[in-house]
Design a protein around this ligand. Structure first.
Ligand SMILES: Cc1ncc(COP(=O)(O)O)c(C=O)c1O
Length: 356
């Protein structure tokens, strides 16, 4: 018997999620925060980790962490569901709300896990193209939704990999007209001027908001969370795996969240560095820069591979997103520490000034 013969067809046709991976001293490819916790907080985390009983299961409800996240977000703890990263929560949403033959809709380009998880769970994926400027076209999306009747729609705002936040009126237009679950993925909201859609929850029963700690300095911990109506959260709880947030992650995130001013300061530095990078990139001839409300910037060039390789040669890893379609020629750079951003700009300037 060959186990491969027993594969579900939807898994057979999937490709593993791979990232063009290379090691580099300046890592600006994965939308992580460049900041480790300061030494005093790192020490506090080590001490808290030392108090964990490794032989015991963690608190299955992650009560304390959930309370902190609820407070930070301004909602009640029973409106919050925690996940092993928001990736896990995307899976729970699709498992809970889509049945056989139903579909999962999302604009493209966007975060690839919506499509990958939907396909792995046997769902029809229904991508709808953004405009050339990476904006939503609500009417096009609603037309597709009326025709295909997807049960869930994922909207990442600010969107990855494009960086911009969708216009609020357009999202509200969709929330008003679409008759399914709308997941507003706000992974990058901490870096945005926009307030996000938590306040819209009471007005839109089908709305859930997805957030993560990964982008604000805790990617290693894998803590994502989802905010919604309590009755929706109660249903999602049925499919959540027990102990999905491990004890080390719970404890370390708890300590980090007790230091909100430090997190705020790091976020403010990242936003001001994003602005500095944006000014410099917008002045670089040969580049087309797209607006960003996130902790990264997307830009287009005629020679994406050559730019990527020059940067890598100079020890700087960015993400090459060049592919046919809307992302032709596009590279994505995560905002790093000021000195890392300087190294990135110098390498890029040398490339363009030296004619490549
Ligand atoms: C839009 C968006 N949502 C979710 C995630 C996943 O976050 P997590 O690390 O919480 O799984 C990412 C990660 O890059 C993302 O870009």
């Amino acid at each position: 018997m060959n186990p491969i013969d027993l594969l579900r067809p939807e898994v057979r046709s999937l490709k593993p999620y791979t990232i063009e991976h290379a090691e580099a001293p300046v890592k600006l490819d994965a939308n992580e925060s460049p900041y480790d916790p300061p030494a005093e907080i790192a020490q506090e985390i080590r001490e808290a980790l030392g108090r964990i009983h490794l032989n015991r299961y963690p608190d299955p409800a992650a009560t304390r962490l959930k309370e902190q996240l609820a407070e930070r977000t301004g909602v009640a703890p029973d409106q919050v569901l925690l996940g092993n990263g928001s990736d896990e929560l995307i899976g729970y949403l699709i498992t809970t709300f889509t049945g056989q033959g139903k579909g999962v809709c999302f604009p493209i380009p966007t975060f690839s896990m919506y499509g990958i998880i939907a396909a792995a769970l046997g769902q029809r994926t229904i991508p709808v193209s953004l405009t050339e400027n990476f904006e939503l076209d609500p009417e096009r999306l609603l037309d597709v939704a009326r025709r295909e009747k997807p049960q869930i729609l994922f909207l990442a705002s600010p969107n990855n990999p494009t960086g911009s936040a969708f216009a609020k009126e357009q999202v509200v237009r969709i929330l008003d007209a679409y008759d399914g679950i709308t997941v507003l993925d706000e992974a990058y909201i901490d870096f945005s001027q926009e307030a996000g859609f938590l306040k819209e929850l009471p007005r839109h029963p089908g709305l859930v908001v997805l957030r993560t700690l990964s982008k604000i300095g805790m990617a290693a911990l894998r803590v994502g969370f989802l905010v919604g109506r309590t009755d929706v959260i109660a249903q999602l709880e049925k499919v959540r795996l027990p102990y999905n947030v491990n004890a080390c992650s719970q404890v370390a995130a708890q300590v980090m969240l007790e230091h909100e001013p430090v997190l705020r300061e790091q976020i403010a530095t990242i936003v001001s560095e994003r602005r500095r990078l944006a000014v410099a990139l917008s002045r670089t001839a040969g580049l087309q820069l797209f607006p960003s409300e996130a902790n990264f910037l997307l830009f287009r060039t005629d020679r994406p591979r050559a730019v990527f390789e020059r940067l890598l040669g100079d020890g700087i890893l960015v993400r090459n997103l060049d592919q046919p379609g809307l992302l032709t020629g596009c590279l994505r750079v995560t905002v790093g520490k000021p000195e890392e951003n300087d190294a990135f700009l110098t390498s890029l300037e040398n490339f363009f000034e030296g004619g490549g």
